[in-house]
Write a protein that binds this ligand. Structure first.
Ligand code: UDP
Length: 341
C-alpha cells in the first residue's frame, strides 16, 4: 500500500510542486489548504501534470482544530508536510498577532491531531531566515540561529523548537525541519508556479512581472554592500529541486532511516549569486532587456547568505541539479503562460 502524505498549504507555490514530486515517487497525497493566499490555478495544474483528477482536497484552515482532527479521522496519514503559513516579512512586522496566531496555531493543531491519531512523521518548512546575518559562510545546520528580525522569522524559529520539543516528548512523532534558501522558478510544464498577490516582495517574481510589463521597473535594493559587485548574495534554489528534497526527507522518515528523532537540513545549492548576477543571467538566458535601477537598501536585508549542503547531500542523497539558467527560463515561461490565461 502506498503511504499517504498530507500536504498542508498544498495548493500554494511550494506545496503544489511538492505534491507533484510525491506522486512521481509513488506516494498518495491529501491536500489541505484554506486558499487564503492562492487560487485553484496550481491545484488544477497539479491535476494536469499528474493525471490525477481524484486528489483528496480539504478546503480547511489548519487553525481550526476540529477540521484538522476530522481530516485525520477520515484519512490514514503517514506523514505531514506543513506549509500552511503566512510568509510576507513586511506584513508580519505590521501584523504580528495575525502572524503569530496563524503560523503557530496551525502547526500546533497539526501536531496535536497527529499525536491524537497514533503519531506521525512531520516535515516542517523552515527557512534560512533563522540564521540571520551569519558570521561565517556558508552556513551549516550547526551555525547558531540568531534572533529573528521579523515576526515571520520568529515563527519559523519557534515552530522548529515546537517540533523539536514535541519529538523529544512523544515517541510516536518524528520530525524534520528543512531550511530553505531562496526558492525560485517553476515546473518545466509551466502549469504551476509562483502566483504573488499584489506587488511581489521577492526578487524573481518582480523580475518576471517587470519583463512582461506588469511592473514598470525593478529596483535593485542597494549596490554598496561589501560584496564583489555591491549587491546582496543569496542561494537561489530551483523549486523542483526543492520539492525533490522534500520527497527525500519524507522517504527517510517513512523508511526508518532517521538517525535522530528530530533532524534539520539546509536546502540550497551551496552557490552564492548576487542580485546583479541574477538579473544579468535572466536577461541573457531569456534574450531580453530588463528595466531596472539601483535603489536604496531595503531595511532588514542580510548582506549575504548561502548554504553548506553537505548534510543534505550525504544524508538525504539529494543535490540541487537544475542550473540557474534553466530555473530562470522556467520562471519566465511561467510568467508568459499566465499572460495567456
Ligand atoms: N531584491 C531586490 N529587488 C526586489 C526584491 C528583492 O533587489 O524588488 C533583493 C533583496 O534586497 C535581496 C534579494 O533580492 O538581496 C532577495 O530578496 P527576496 O525578497 O527575494 O528574498 P529574501 O532573501 O529577502 O528572503
Amino acid at each position: 500500500m502506498a503511504k499517504t502524505v498530507l500536504v498542508s498549504g498544498g495548493a500554494g507555490y511550494i506545496g503544489s510542486h511538492v505534491t507533484v514530486e510525491l506522486f512521481a515517487a509513488g506516494y498518495e497525497v491529501v491536500v489541505a489548504d484554506n486558499m487564503s493566499n492562492c487560487d485553484l490555478t496550481c491545484f488544477n495544474g497539479v491535476k494536469k501534470i499528474t493525471g490525477r483528477e481524484d486528489i483528496p482536497f480539504y478546503e480547511i484552515d489548519c487553525c481550526d482544530y476540529a477540521a484538522v482532527n476530522r481530516l485525520f479521522d477520515e484519512q490514514k496519514i503517514d506523514a505531514v508536510i506543513h506549509f500552511a503559513a503566512f510568509k510576507a516579512v513586511g506584513e508580519s512586522v505590521a501584523e504580528p498577532l495575525m502572524y503569530y496566531r496563524n503560523n503557530l496555531v496551525s502547526f500546533l493543531n497539526i501536531l496535536e491531531a497527529a499525536k491524537n491519531h497514533g503519531g506521525c512523521n512531520v516535515l516542517f518548512s523552515s527557512s534560512a531566515t533563522v540564521y540571520g546575518e551569519a558570521e561565517n559562510l556558508p552556513v551549516t545546520e550547526k551555525t547558531p540561529r540568531l534572533p529573528a528580525t521579523s515576526p515571520y522569522g520568529n515563527t519559523k524559529t519557534m515552530c522548529e523548537d515546537i517540533l523539536r520539543d514535541t519529538v523529544r516528548a512523544t515517541e510516536t512523532i518524528k520530525g524534520i525541519a528543512l531550511r530553505y534558501f531562496n526558492p525560485i522558478g517553476a515546473h518545466p510544464s509551466a502549469l504551476i508556479g509562483e502566483l504573488p498577490r499584489g506587488v511581489p516582495n521577492n526578487l524573481v517574481p518582480f523580475i518576471t512581472q517587470t519583463a512582461i510589463g506588469k511592473r514598470e521597473c525593478l529596483s535593485i535594493f542597494g549596490n554598496d554592500y561589501p560584496t564583489e559587485d555591491g549587491t546582496c548574495l543569496r542561494d537561489y534554489i530551483d523549486i523542483v529541486d526543492l520539492a525533490k528534497a522534500h520527497v527525500a526527507a519524507v522517504s527517510r522518515m517513512l523508511d526508518g532511516r532517521m538517525k535522530e528523532g528530530y533532524e534539520i537540513f539546509n536546502v540550497g545549492t551551496g552557490r552564492p549569486v548576487s542580485v546583479q548576477e541574477l538579473v544579468d543571467a535572466f536577461e541573457k538566458v531569456n534574450d531580453l532587456k530588463l528595466n531596472y535601477k539601483i535603489a536604496p537598501r531595503r531595511p532588514g536585508d542580510v548582506v549575504a547568505i548561502w548554504a553548506d549542503t553537505t548534510l543534505a547531500n550525504e544524508e538525504l542523497g539529494w543535490k540541487a541539479e537544475r542550473t540557474i539558467e534553466e530555473t530562470l527560463a522556467s520562471a519566465w515561461a511561467w510568467e508568459k503562460s499566465l499572460a495567456g490565461k
